[in-house]
Design a protein around this ligand. Structure first.
Ligand SMILES: NC(=O)c1ccc[n+]([C@@H]2O[C@H](COP(=O)([O-])OP(=O)(O)OC[C@H]3O[C@@H](n4cnc5c(N)ncnc54)[C@H](O)[C@@H]3O)[C@@H](O)[C@H]2O)c1
Ligand SMILES: O=C(O)C(=O)C[C@@H](O)[C@H](O)[C@H](O)COP(=O)(O)O
Ligand SMILES: [Zn+2]
Length: 373
């Protein structure tokens, strides 16, 4: 009997394809336990003489050696650059550390970058890949729940500016996403909760049944039940792939993925990045946006307590920091969805569907008064 030609996996991963330009481009999102140790998951990556792993000082001691081992089988040279850990380092200085390393090692334009870490590492590695020699391939190896369900997929890459979140970046897709669910074992509980905010997000904007599933399975997710996590990561990636496949560069539909982010990004920028985690700010932002949707008559009254209860149960804050209503409004006018100084919010329009809406400043101020310390 001849050996099968297709790679065989000891633990079957889920593969979620993402198709762009009506299938002209695309890549696979591999989701499964033990993928860092599964040679088949790493076959068929872009060919090159060298790979550069970008990670940080927290993730490297946990997972770097195993990734180096996998890549050594395919690349003659495997380099590593470690960035400082944290949202406040998602900036030019960190990005330059990547460029410095690439240039100091004379890395050519085929060099493949690997982002090993959470969304901060993923966003920066992707941005670096998009501009180094005008573009080199990169692979996402997300190790936080947030990165596995959201940031590693879809090609938004960026760094922050002191005046605005993710203000400098590019749309640039990875060649593959490899999400090893086992890496979530070492994630601090606060970070797990932050990831759950983005999981919850997908329910109201795209899938009412998924929202009900999250409500039923939240305790299992919080307890890191592997099959619950596997289902959540897969369903979120399917929804994100469906959205991004139709609107890669956010001309319309893709904005639904920004539910809760207009308020959330204002919180992050207003506090100077890092005091609140991105997922925490988005969770609280979804409470505020849910209230706004109710006040605008887009959602029934019971939607707000339903969302607040779920977000609180997930271990997320539901009361925003006291920045002052005027400061919130000022920060939200810098949001990328704003047009001509008018803030636009992504709000649910019935469960499982969302759209963009303007709102009078005094109504937004009333929402803030109800949900700010
Ligand atoms: N590009 C997108 O579409 C997109 C989507 C959502 C969020 N984001 C961005 O992602 C960022 C947030 O990502 P995040 O929540 O992953 O934060 P993060 O990248 O800061 O990671 C959270 C923390 O967990 C640590 N960590 C990572 N993996 C670990 C592991 N397996 N075990 C133990 N510790 C681990 C990190 O070192 C860090 O301290 C924000 O900058 C946000 O803007 C981007
Ligand atoms: O992929 C998207 O599109 C998203 O909006 C996902 C968000 O969760 C993510 O935080 C994203 O980085 C926000 O994008 P931005 O364009 O508002 O900076
Ligand atoms: Zn987000």
């Amino acid at each position: 009997m001849t050996a099968p030609k297709t790679p065989s996996f000891a633990v079957q991963p889920q593969i979620v394809p993402i198709a762009l330009d009506e299938g002209q481009r695309g890549y696979d999102i591999l989701i499964g336990a033990g993928l860092l140790d599964e040679a088949a998951a790493w076959e068929g990556l872009p060919k090159a003489a060298a790979a550069l792993i970008v990670s940080n000082e927290t993730v490297a001691p946990l997972y770097l050696a195993r990734l180096q081992l996998r890549l050594a089988a395919q690349y003659a040279r495997v380099e590593t650059v470690l960035l400082p850990d944290g949202e406040r380092y998602k900036d030019w200085a960190s990005l330059n550390l990547i460029f410095d390393h690439l240039l100091e090692t004379a890395s050519d334009r085929k060099t493949v970058l690997f982002a090993l870490g959470g969304g901060v590492i993923g966003d920066m590695t992707g941005f670096a890949a998009s501009v180094y020699m005008r573009g080199v391939p990169f692979v996402q190896v997300p190790t936080t729940l947030l990165a596995q369900v959201d940031s590693s997929v879809g090609g938004k890459t960026a760094i922050n500016h002191p005046l605005g979140k993710n203000m400098l970046g590019a749309f640039y897709q990875p060649a593959r996403v490899i999400a090893d669910l086992d890496t979530l074992d070492s994630l601090p509980q606060r970070e797990l909760s932050a990831g759950l905010a983005e999981v919850i997000k997908y329910g109201p904007i795209a899938d009412a049944a998924f929202l009900a599933w999250i409500e039923l399975n939240l305790d299992a997710l919080l307890a890191r039940d592997k099959s619950a996590l596997a289902y959540a990561v897969k369903r979120c990636c399917e929804i994100k792939a469906w959205v991004v496949g139709q609107d890669e560069r956010e001309q319309g539909l893709r904005a639904v993925l920004n539910f809760g982010h207009t308020f959330g990004h204002a919180i992050e920028t207003g506090l100077g990045y890092g005091e609140w985690l991105h997922g925490e700010a988005v969770g609280c932002g979804m409470v505020m946006a849910s209230d706004l949707a109710v006040r605008l008559g887009l959602m029934p009254g019971e939607f707000l307590p339903r969302m607040r209860t779920l977000i609180e149960r997930a271990g997320l804050p539901v009361v925003g920091p006291a920045l002052g209503a005027q400061r919130y409004l000022e920060l939200m006018r810098v949001d990328k969805k704003a047009e001509g100084g008018a803030i636009r919010f992504v709000l649910p329009e019935g469960l499982g569907k969302a759209g963009m809406h303007a709102a009078p400043d005094d109504l937004v101020a009333q929402v803030l008064a109800s949900h700010v310390a």
